[in-house]
Design a protein around this ligand. Structure first.
Ligand code: ADP
Ligand code: MG
Length: 249
């Protein structure tokens, strides 16, 4: 926390508004994330958490406001967008690995195609990343030969292979069997310790307590609370947050 106080802002959302028809899904969102900071986003289903994530790398457009990554505003489209998008790694609930490609190829594809890295270098880096997330031995296999927890760790390695400045996780453990949740959370905790800037949508409060610098609580498209984890969990201010937490415990 204190370590980041002086840090520069890496991700900035200012006055962001978005509608889906008559639904005001993001309402005046202001969120600043500093380099190296870990922000956990929680809130009821339908509160706009996934939409928030998707706007940060322009998988969704916004109606109003500004989003910058490392000081640069996201362009609406084109080559510049592809470059800026590479700064933002994303891990989803469903792992979305390429089913007919090996684990190794899943990780090297982006670096070779998008970052124009040579194959040998990409494979060396990919192996190091796969080892780091504990699935080095699985490199020649196909995704279906791996457990869900292993596939999600590959998805994390694949995102890291692009050398992103920030990693977004949207409920990365929600689709996993309970016994596999911790092996993925452990990788995320280590990533946080290594200094990665992370925005993590999760209901895993253990992770929030262990790794988060801040907890952002969303409800009905608004950021209702933004506090340090201890403060948020022990002394939530809004009735919405109190109600949400009481149902979790
Ligand atoms: P959360 O991730 O917090 O559960 P979402 O961001 O997925 O919430 O959704 C927020 C609201 O926006 C929900 O009411 C959802 O039904 C609606 N929504 C999400 N995506 C779309 C879409 N593509 N078109 C219309 N409505 C959408
Ligand atoms: Mg969601």
């Amino acid at each position: 926390m204190t370590a980041h106080e002086e840090g520069e802002t890496l991700v900035s959302l200012t006055g962001v508004n978005k509608h889906y028809g008559s639904l005001h899904v993001l309402q005046d969102i202001n969120l600043q994330v500093k380099r190296g900071e870990v922000v956990v986003v929680i809130g009821p289903s339908g509160s706009g958490k996934s939409t928030l994530c998707r706007t940060i790398n322009r998988l969704e457009t916004i109606d109003e406001g500004t989003i910058t990554i490392d000081g640069k505003e996201l362009p609406a489209e084109g080559r510049q967008l592809a470059q800026l998008r590479a700064d933002v790694g994303m891990v989803f609930q469903s792992f979305n690995l390429f089913a007919h490609k090996s684990i190794l190829d899943n990780v090297t594809l982006g670096p070779i195609k998008v970052n124009k890295q040579d194959k040998a270098g990409a494979e060396k880096d990919a192996m190091a990343l796969l080892e780091r997330v504990g699935v080095g031995k699985q490199a020649p296999k196909l995704p279906a030969q791996l457990s869900g927890g292993q596939q999600q760790r590959v998805a994390i390695a694949r995102a890291l292979a692009m050398k992103p400045k920030v990693m977004l996780f949207d409920e990365p453990t929600s689709a996993l069997d309970p016994e596999m949740i911790n092996e993925v959370l452990d990788v995320m905790v280590q990533l946080a310790k290594d200094g990665m800037t992370m925005i993590v949508v999760t209901h895993e409060m253990g992770f929030a307590r262990k790794a988060a610098d801040r907890v952002v609580f969303m409800a009905d498209g608004q950021i209702v609370e933004d506090a340090e984890p201890e403060e948020f969990f022990t002394n939530p201010k809004s009735s919405r947050a109190k109600d949400f937490l009481s149902k979790l415990l």
